[in-house]
Design a protein around this ligand. Structure first.
Ligand SMILES: [Zn+2]
Length: 374
């Protein structure tokens, strides 16, 4: 755990032992930003430092991702791997917010929130009577938000913003360490449900000269340029997550086991990064809720839009001794509870698909990925 605190301390130590002022603090102006020559290979275009740890423990499902076409009302979201997905709804709740400038992760109210990096508290909102919202929000005027400021080793200044909090546990101008608990998550402000809105702003190196949101996953599309980098109020995004700290970016739909059933699909995570190359992108979880003697044999996994009907030669079972099965559409090394189908994606990213499991007795269970289950 001690290594978590090394990163923010290093610049301070450098200052103490050095007589020449170094570009270490937020007070340093944007003129110290490193601007590489344009003719260099693109690896040098961004600071390649991995700076962030996850702002919460474990992994939590994503609800919204950064829209790289934030400036355009075009009815879709453009993710950092270049995919464009139309807005949709699941069980009547809209999914993907047009022009979303951060990441939302679903979490219970009261989840501990940590500073993604060492820095200083530059903004606290604790109750906001002027808050507005396009939909009715339960605790609109109770908006609670923290903004931290950080300096990357190359002098680039960024901010991280934590919104919809229930509790704020730091004070304005306080210095915080990476991984330090700064508050508790909530549903305050303009929020439909409990979640953390995490936003990263770039202060230096923006097109407008003003702080502007960027994507902490950078822009990872090999085949096209980043529309947000080219936008008048945009900036180049930076992949900031340490490799062991990258948070979940797949969307996930959950449902309970239906009444009268002893097994069911309890979640499907899909719509992940670069589907065809990422075997764990699509993950269907089957859960058992039967008695000690029940055994359910699984015959097939199906997707309505793709028409995929993946039949199992050796039928895996769900029983009291194997109460959960994880089924991934890609390839990987399976075990007793993890099955890799070794194929391309099954479920479409258009919010109108249906995931189905067919049991050996022909009984089907399904999960609605939008309005796709007829
Ligand atoms: Zn959000």
């Amino acid at each position: 755990m001690t290594t978590r605190y090394l990163t923010p301390l290093l610049p301070l130590l450098a200052l103490i032992g050095c007589t020449t002022p170094a570009p270490t603090g937020p007070e340093v102006g944007p003129d110290l930003q490193v601007s590489p020559p344009a003719q260099l290979p693109c690896l040098t275009c961004s600071p390649t430092v991995r700076f962030f740890s996850r702002p919460f423990d474990g992994q939590l499902p994503a609800l919204n991702l950064f829209d790289h076409e934030s400036g355009a009302a075009n009815g879709r979201s453009t993710f950092f791997w270049g995919e464009q997905v139309g807005l949709g709804s699941i069980a009547g709740t809209p999914v993907l917010i047009e022009g979303h400038r951060g990441y939302d992760w679903k979490m219970p109210i009261g989840t501990a929130i940590f500073a993604a990096a060492g820095g200083r508290v530059i903004e606290i909102i604790d109750g906001n009577p002027a808050a507005t919202c396009p939909f009715p929000a339960q605790q609109l005027t109770q908006q609670r938000r923290i903004t931290l400021q950080h300096t990357l080793p190359d002098g680039t200044i960024i901010r991280t913003r934590y919104d919809h909090l229930n509790a704020i546990q730091v004070s304005l101008n306080e210095t915080v360490l990476e991984g330090q608990q700064i508050g508790l998550s909530g549903q305050t402000g303009c929020a439909r449900g409990p979640h953390l809105h995490f936003e990263v702003l770039r202060v230096t190196g923006t097109a407008s000269g003003q702080p502007t949101p960027i994507d902490p996953f950078g822009w990872q599309n090999r085949n096209g340029s980043d529309p947000w980098k080219a936008a008048a109020n945009g900036a180049e995004s930076i992949m900031l997550w340490k490799s062991s700290q990258v948070p979940e970016t797949r969307l996930t739909v959950f449902q309970p086991i239906a009444a009268g059933f002893n097994a069911g699909i309890t979640s499907v995570a899909w719509m992940g990064v670069d589907d065809t190359r990422t075997p764990k992108n699509e993950e269907l979880i089957l859960t058992f809720n039967g008695g000690p003697d029940d055994v359910f044999r699984i015959a097939a996994v199906r997707g309505d839009r793709s028409g995929v009907n993946h039949q199992f030669a050796a039928r895996p079972t769900l029983s009291a001794t194997r109460q959960r099965l994880h089924i991934f559409s890609g390839s990987g090394i399976g075990n007793d509870t993890m099955i890799y189908l070794n194929r391309s994606p099954i479920w479409d990213n258009n919010f109108s698909d249906c995931a189905r499991i067919v049991f050996a007795n022909d009984v089907q269970v399904r999960l609605n990925l939008g309005n796709g289950c007829p």
